[in-house]
Design a protein around this ligand. Structure first.
Ligand code: ADP
Ligand code: ASP
Ligand code: MG
Length: 426
């Protein structure tokens, strides 16, 4: 007998019919002699709809109220799944984040889990219930509801898996595993059988939306094995776990893209000591998360400073720059919202020279202009024009030998659908 946490994302619980399918799946896990805890996301696009509702009334809604509102989405699906399970003859009991013992810090909208007290879940299991937990939410030290950042139900699942010492944390979604690139963007992407925590963490941190970064971080820290798999088929998915010598180590494990950042260039900045410090400390003080930074070589004592940040931080970034512009004596700034960060990731990169050259050549051959570059020991990222995102991902996928013979079966998206999908990150 195994103890399994099974998390179902928004698409998997998008309608009563799908919830019924999920219920059957959960029942089958139990029927096979396992103990099972389900974790659910909000139905379909519920969270997006709640965000729009809030924004219709307040363009900058108070974070505490926002968390209270957003947490309701998961509370609908948890009760419906519990009801569906009971029609299948199973005793099920739903739990909010608080009831499941998820304690967080007080950072509304992207709270961090600080403690998991899973006693109540354990007790429910011992009494023969199937616990169904609302993902994405917790409670802070004030007793206020917090949420864990978009995609945060993955993190709930991993934290609960750790809290109840589950054998595996199964994350069910509309894709049957982790691929070498988003298969909807690169149809020749290949499904990975296993991926180590470091590669997965890096991929998630640069936009591979299949798993929330925090979930991978948590899993890596506490050695929780994740099995990312399809909610609609029985095929085995991808195991995310510690690297073993048996795992084949490709130089490049995967490619990710992220269209949720914007690029800001401050022009005509005097090239004197301390200017960059002034700009970036002002941005940090205003909680703007800067990512890539480039300062061009000055020709006549003036230079340009370019950086990227999440689009969500753009308003604060603009306010900050407008206030420091006169102080630093810079001329002007401009914003480019239509950019994408495309990254290649692989722990094998550490010991392989020439990766950067190969990446730049591949992009150059397709006439894709590189607007900024950043690196880590196991990642290389470039910023490109948003319109070239798909071409960049596909050409790098081919250049690094990742193309599969098969074409991802569900990837027949039209150009419009693909563009809409890429906009999803915003
Ligand atoms: P859920 O709503 O169930 O949490 P998500 O939409 O968050 O599911 O994650 C699944 C999606 O992640 C897929 O539809 C796929 O388009 C996208 N994705 C991005 N990168 C990858 C990747 N490397 N491998 C698989 N899927 C990916
Ligand atoms: N419902 C939340 C979101 O849409 C959390 C999740 O799905 O994991 O971001
Ligand atoms: Mg998700």
């Amino acid at each position: 007998m195994s103890l399994i946490v099974a998390k179902f994302g928004g698409t998997s619980v998008a309608s009563p019919e799908r919830i019924q399918m999920v219920a059957k799946r959960v029942a089958a896990i139990k029927g096979a002699g396992n103990e099972v805890v389900a974790v659910v996301s909000a139905m379909g696009k519920t969270t997006d709809e709640l965000v729009s509702l809030a924004r219709a009334l307040n363009t900058d809604p108070p974070a505490r109220e926002m968390d209270r509102l957003l947490s309701t989405g998961e509370q609908i699906s948890m009760t419906l799944l519990a009801m569906a399970l009971s029609t299948l003859g199973h005793q099920a009991m739903s739990f909010t984040g608080r009831q499941a013992g998820i304690e967080t810090d007080g950072t509304h909208e992207k709270a961090k889990i600080v403690k998991v007290s899973a006693k109540r879940i354990r007790k429910a299991l011992d009494q023969g219930y199937i616990p169904v937990i609302a993902g994405f939410q917790g409670i802070d030290f004030n007793g206020d509801i917090t949420t864990l950042g978009r995609g945060g139900s993955d993190t709930t699942a991993v934290a609960i898996a750790w809290g109840i010492k589950a054998d595996v944390c199964e994350i069910y979604s509309d894709v049957d595993g982790v691929y070498t690139a988003d298969p909807r963007v690169a149809p020749r992407a290949q499904k990975l059988t296993t991926i180590n925590y470091d590669d997965m963490l890096e991929l998630s941190s640069v936009g591979a939306g299949v798993l929330q970064m925090r979930a991978v971080e948590f899993a890596r820290k506490y050695k929780v094995v994740i099995h990312a798999r399809s909610a609609f088929t029985d095929t085995s998915g991808t195991y995310i776990k510690e690297a073993t010598s048996k795992m084949e180590e490709a130089v490049i494990t995967g490619i990710a893209h992220d269209t949720s950042e914007v690029k800001i260039t401050i022009r005509g900045v005097p090239d004197t000591t301390g200017i960059a410090a002034k700009v970036f400390s002002a941005l940090a003080n205003n909680t703007v998360n800067t990512d890539m930074i480039i300062q061009n070589i000055s020709e006549v004592g003036l230079t340009d400073i370019t950086f990227t940040c999440p689009e969500a931080d753009l308003k604060r970034a603009q306010e900050t720059i407008e206030s420091v512009l006169p102080e630093i004596g810079a001329r002007e700034y401009d914003v480019d919202e239509d950019i994408a960060k495309v990254s290649i990731v692989g722990t094998g990169m550490k010991s392989s020279p020439g990766i950067a050259a190969k990446m730049f050549e591949a992009l150059g051959e397709k006439e894709i202009n590189i607007l900024a570059i950043s690196t880590s020991p196991i990642r290389l990222s470039v910023v490109v024009d948003g319109a070239q995102t798909v071409a960049a991902v596909r050409c790098l996928h081919t250049a690094f030998g990742l193309d599969s013979e098969n074409i991802f079966k569900e990837s027949q998206l039209s150009a419009e659908e693909l563009a809409a999908k890429l906009q999803k990150g915003r």
